[in-house]
Design a protein around this ligand. Structure first.
Ligand code: ASN
Ligand code: ZN
Ligand code: CA
Length: 333
C-alpha cells in the first residue's frame, strides 16, 4: 500500500489553522512527522502512563480549534514540535534534541485537569495536561518550546535542576521557548517576551512569566543576589530571563507585536540591545560549549562573554552589551 509523507491541516486551539506534516499509510493518516525525525503525537485520553494511542484517522485535517475535539490538542502539540525542530535546525543547525536527527514524541490529554506540561529524558518524550477544567491544554507554542528545550539542556550543559544552575536551566527553556514563538511567526500567537500567555494558567488572563521584568509574576528575581540560589528554579530563572531581554531589546519602554515592555536595570544604567537573533546565538554557544552541570550566575557571565568574544570579537558592541546586560542584573565581575 502507499506510504508517504503528507501535508495535512491542523485546526489548533492557540495557533489558528496550520499545516502539519503527517504520514499516510494506505487510507489512513497519522501524526507522524517524517520530515522531522519521525516525531509522533499520541493521545493519552486522560491516562498517565504508556503512550496511549497514536493519532490516526482517515482524514488529514486534525482538530476543530477547540478542546471538544481530541485531535485539537494533538494538532497544537504536533505543530509545536515541528516549529521547535525547525527553530533549532534553522537557527543553530541542530538536528533534533540530541542533534542526531532523531525525533521525540508528544503525549496530549495527560490525566484529568492536569495543569502542567513536562519533558522526560527517560522516555525522550513530551507530555501535556489539559489544564484547569480540562479546558486550557498546555499545548501553546512557547510551552512546547520551553519543555523540549529541557531536553536540549539535558543533552548539552546538563545544568543541575536546583540552585543557580537550576535557574539557568529554567531560563534556557524560557529563552528558547520564546525563540520558538518568534521563529514560528504565527499570526494567532505572535512572538513576545511573556511565557504562557496563551494558556491562562492563572485564570485571569495573565502570563506565567515576564522576561522584561520577571518580578511582575510576584515571585521571580529581577536581579542577582546571594539568596537567589535558594529560590524555586522558576523564580531564580528571572535573573537570566531579564539578562536575555535586556541583551536583546535594551532597557526602557518598548512595544513589540503590540505588547508593551518596560525593563528596568538593577544598576540604573541603560542597556542598548543587540537584537534577539544575536542574543540567541550567544546563549546557545554558551549552553553548548561553555556551561556545565554546575554553572552558576557568575560562570554564566564568563561563559556568555567567551561565546560573544568567539562570535563577534572581544572589542565588539555585542561583547560590550553582554557585559552591560549582566551588570544590569547585578551579576558582576
Ligand atoms: N512545566 C515544568 C517546567 O518545565 C515542569 C517541571 O516541573 N519541570 O519547569
Ligand atoms: Zn521548565
Ligand atoms: Ca510567549
Amino acid at each position: 500500500e502507499y506510504q508517504g509523507i503528507e501535508t495535512g491541516v491542523g485546526n489548533t486551539q492557540y495557533s489558528g489553522q496550520v499545516t502539519l506534516t503527517t504520514t499516510q499509510s494506505g487510507s489512513n493518516y497519522t501524526l507522524t512527522d517524517g520530515a522531522r525525525g519521525g516525531h509522533k503525537t499520541y493521545n493519552l485520553n486522560r491516562g498517565t502512563s504508556g503512550t496511549g494511542t497514536l493519532f490516526s484517522q482517515t482524514s488529514d485535517t486534525w482538530g476543530n480549534g477547540t478542546i471538544s475535539n481530541a485531535a485539537t490538542a494533538g494538532a497544537d502539540a504536533h505543530y509545536g514540535a515541528a516549529e521547535t525542530w525547525d527553530f533549532y535546525k534553522n537557527t543553530f543547525n541542530r538536528s533534533g534534541i540530541k542533534n542526531n536527527g532523531v525525533g521525540a514524541y508528544s503525549r496530549v490529554h495527560y490525566g484529568n485537569a492536569y495543569v502542567n506540561a513536562f519533558w522526560d529524558d527517560s522516555c525522550f518524550c513530551m507530555t501535556y495536561g489539559d489544564g484547569s477544567g480540562n479546558a486550557d491544554p498546555l499545548t501553546a507554542l512557547d510551552v512546547a518550546g520551553h519543555e523540549m528545550s529541557h531536553g536540549v539542556t539535558s543533552n548539552t550543559a546538563g545544568l543541575n535542576y536546583s540552585g543557580e544552575s537550576g535557574g539557568l536551566n529554567e531560563a534556557t527553556s524560557d529563552i528558547f521557548g520564546t525563540g520558538v514563538e518568534f521563529y514560528a511567526n504565527n499570526a494567532s500567537d505572535p512572538g513576545d517576551y511573556l511565557i504562557g500567555e496563551k494558556i491562562d494558567i492563572n485564570g485571569d488572563g495573565t502570563p506565567l512569566r515576564y522576561m522584561d521584568k520577571p518580578s511582575k509574576d510576584g515571585g521571580s528575581a529581577d536581579n542577582w543576589s546571594s539568596s537567589v540560589g535558594g529560590l524555586d528554579v522558576h523564580y531564580s530563572s528571572g535573573v537570566a530571563n531579564h539578562f536575555f531581554y535586556l541583551l536583546s531589546e535594551g532597557s526602557g519602554a518598548k512595544v513589540i507585536n503590540g505588547v508593551s515592555y518596560n525593563s528596568p536595570t538593577g544598576d540604573g544604567l541603560p542597556v542598548t540591545g543587540i537584537g534577539r537573533d544575536k542574543a540567541l546565538q550567544i546563549w546557545y554557544r554558551a549552553l553548548t560549549t561553555k556551561f556545565t552541570s554546575t554553572t552558576n550566575y557568575a560562570a554564566a557571565r564568563t561563559g556568555t562573554l567567551a561565546a560573544a568574544g568567539e562570535l563577534y570579537g572581544t572589542t565588539s558592541a555585542e561583547y560590550t552589551a553582554v557585559q552591560n546586560a549582566w551588570a544590569a542584573v547585578k551579576v558582576g565581575s
